[in-house]
Design a binder for this molecule. Sequence first.
Ligand SMILES: Cc1cc2nc3c(=O)[nH]c(=O)nc-3n(C[C@H](O)[C@H](O)[C@H](O)COP(=O)(O)O)c2cc1C
Length: 193
Amino acid sequence: MSASAFLKTITARRTHYALKNTLPEGVTIDNVQSIVQDIVKYTPTSFNSQSIRAIIITGELHKKVWDQVVNAIEGDSGKKRPTSIRDEAYGSVIFAIDSDVTKKFQEQFAFIASLFPDFDLTSNGAAQINSWAALQEIGLGGHLQHYNAAVKAALGDKIPESWNVEAQLVFGTPVSQPYEKTFIENEVKVLDQ
Ligand SMILES: Cc1cc2nc3c(=O)[nH]c(=O)nc-3n(C[C@H](O)[C@H](O)[C@H](O)COP(=O)(O)O)c2cc1C
């Protein structure tokens, strides 16, 4: 029994900040859309509530949204990352939770209402990280950002009001290797008593 192909994908995923505004040769935006669509569809959610939402922005809209994020930030140092996203990345997957779904399940299962926000974040995070890993499999580089309020404001009526923006998976063609990553000793023990 081996999970080696899956583990290879999981362990290869990295943060790539240095991107260029292209897709790798042979990759189309339809490929990206189809991957994210499947991940949103098949990521499990509590009670199968299906609270995960996503849109992919590219082109002029990508520039406009990230320009608005840049302008919403005070002080030059904080503008560096969104400026590079605006000028160098190809696109961003915007992940959201539909708060109408959260509310509906909180009402239906009132005895565990307080658990639903965590459930929804768990599933949303899984979709974010699996998308990140899958996009790297087709040669894209990406990094995860959280300019949630500014991105939501910049998107305006392009997403429903009930969508709480949770993360932005920024992607493009990677132009350098990620930094050397270190790991803590963090043994997962098997206990039987
Ligand atoms: C839940 C989560 C939130 C993150 N938020 C940010 C972020 O807001 N900005 C950022 O530059 N990187 C963010 N990262 C990237 C992490 O810093 C990065 O994943 C970590 O340093 C490990 O590096 P790796 O992605 O190359 O494995 C986030 C990653 C995760 C998993």
